[in-house]
Design a protein around this ligand. Structure first.
Ligand code: PLP
Length: 361
């Protein structure tokens, strides 16, 4: 099959919508972004740096790596920065996959793993889940000599569920060292549970683990496109060989350096998220819905009455200017995902859900 024909088998990624025809002020809870804009300090730097848009950015993102290393006490040599963590996922597939290779991805997980793996002709093996929880034993049982990469989002998007520390430890020990394990920790900053492990600590011991992180979520810089990963030096060197020369723009580098150092702001954002995760879950649980536990900045919900009710609810929410994420693309047509918003957005979300189910009676 030639490349163009092969691409016909790949469904393009559909981002969460951001507009409703005819509505001016929408409440966008569809893409797990931070509902808050960048901080004053970050905004100032964005404006300042924009003046030098005529110049190429620093090619190696050195000062950004310094800031990341300082904040998380990591070795700079193990950090790679990119145009969103998305870029890193693609580069990893480019590095490690050729035709005939297999990639294991848990069912109902972040769609880009499959898209990038398919671009590189790999066969996708979907591991089973149990009540949407990633089943690490099932991943292990799918490993064979063709397996090259395992992708695990922890916590997972769109479910918000995570593999606890104990299970993750056991799982990692059993993965053959020739297989790359990508631990996607895009939502790690939000998690406060003591049994959660973002995976950074494994990097010094395991040469096959890549932990990916992003500035698109808690740091509120989704539009600037900035992500990073932490991995063994050999992997970082390989990623450096195949990336574009200026893969991280200057505005993102400077804004990211400031945002990651603003720990007080981050603490407040985590507290806001925790409060509203709890409140939204409590309130929506009073309705005929299955609301899953989440530690991320979104909530995964299953409609008791399936696809028809999901469609009606979505239509109703849109009529009230609220955009949530329907999950047909994730093969979950009876489920939805709702991002935690600002206080007023969350209140509006709860009351709109309530009025929908009241009217549905
Ligand atoms: C699990 C997961 N990984 C990666 C990404 C991509 O993040 P970025 O904006 O850094 O490309 C997302 C975005 O929603 C995500 O949910």
């Amino acid at each position: 099959m030639n490349t163009r024909n092969k691409l016909k088998n790949i469904n393009p990624y559909k981002a969460g919508s951001s507009k409703i025809l005819g509505k001016k002020n929408v409440i966008k809870l569809s893409s797990n972004e931070s509902p808050f804009g960048p901080s004053q300090k970050v905004l100032k730097v964005i404006q300042q740096v924009s003046n030098t848009a005529n110049r190429y950015p620093e090619s190696e993102s050195r000062s950004l790596k310094n800031s990341i290393s300082k904040r998380y006490k990591l070795n700079k040599k193990n950090i790679f920065c990119a145009n969103g963590s998305d870029e890193i996922l693609g580069l990893i597939c480019q590095l490690y996959l050729t035709k005939g290779d297999e990639v294991i991805i848990p069912k109902n997980s972040f769609l880009m793993y499959e898209i990038y793996s398919k671009i590189h002709n790999a066969k996708i093996i979907k591991s089973k889940t149990s009540n949407f929880e990633v089943d690490t034993n099932n991943i292990l049982s799918n490993i064979n000599k063709k397996t090259k990469i395992i992708f695990v989002a922890n916590p997972n998007n769109p479910t918000g569920l995570y593999i606890d520390k104990n299970n993750l430890n056991k799982f990692i020990k059993k993965i053959p060292k020739r297989i790359i394990l990508v631990l996607d920790a895009a939502y790690a900053e939000y998690i406060t549970s003591s049994d959660y492990e973002n995976g950074m600590k494994y990097v010094s011991k395991y040469k096959n683990i890549i932990v990916t992180r992003t500035f698109s979520k808690i740091y509120g810089l989704a539009s600037l496109r900035l992500g990073w990963c932490y991995a063994n030096e050999e992997i970082i060197e390989l990623l450096d060989r195949i990336r574009g020369p200026f893969n991280v723009n200057r505005v993102a580098q400077e804004a990211g350096s400031i945002a990651i150092a603003e720990e007080d702001i981050e603490r407040k954002l985590v507290a806001h998220n925790r409060k509203w995760l709890k409140t939204i879950k409590l309130e929506l649980n009073k309705l005929p819905l299955i609301v899953y536990n989440s530690q991320a900045n979104f909530i995964f919900i299953k409609l008791n009455n399936g696809i028809t009710e999901k469609k009606k609810l979505n239509k109703y929410l849109l009529s009230k200017s609220i955009i949530i994420r329907t999950l047909d693309n994730y093969n979950l047509p009876e489920c939805i995902r709702v991002t935690i918003g600002t206080e007023s957005e969350n209140k509006m979300l709860i009351s709109t859900f309530k009025s929908f189910f009241k009217n549905a009676k």
